[in-house]
Ligand binder design. Structure first.
Ligand SMILES: [Zn+2]
Length: 90
């Protein structure tokens, strides 16, 4: 394993640990769950991202994102979970 390979594996591990994974299945490949991400440097919108097919969606619609994706912040994950909870209680 060379250094580049190690650094790739480390960043993929960090991604796995830090990007919140929802229980929503990717509408595109139906093969993986969606993660909550943001475009680097922006607080909104919340982008749902699929590791498997690289689908990116905003408000459950496919949306092309040109910038880099970063894991959603803790605050964003919290507001997402509260929103889900409210939907369930209806
Ligand atoms: Zn997918």
């Amino acid at each position: 394993m060379d250094e580049e390979e190690i650094s790739k594996q480390v960043s993929s591990l960090i991604w796995d640990l830090s990007a919140y994974m929802t229980n929503e299945i990717c509408p595109n490949c139906l093969d993986s769950n969606l993660r909550l991400t943001l475009e680097a440097g922006k607080e909104r919108p919340i982008i749902k991202f699929c590791d498997e097919c690289l689908y990116t969606g905003v408000n459950d619609k496919y949306t092309k994102i040109s910038g880099d994706l970063v894991p959603a912040t803790k605050k964003i994950v919290e507001s997402y979970l509260k929103f889900k909870l409210r939907l369930q209680r209806r």
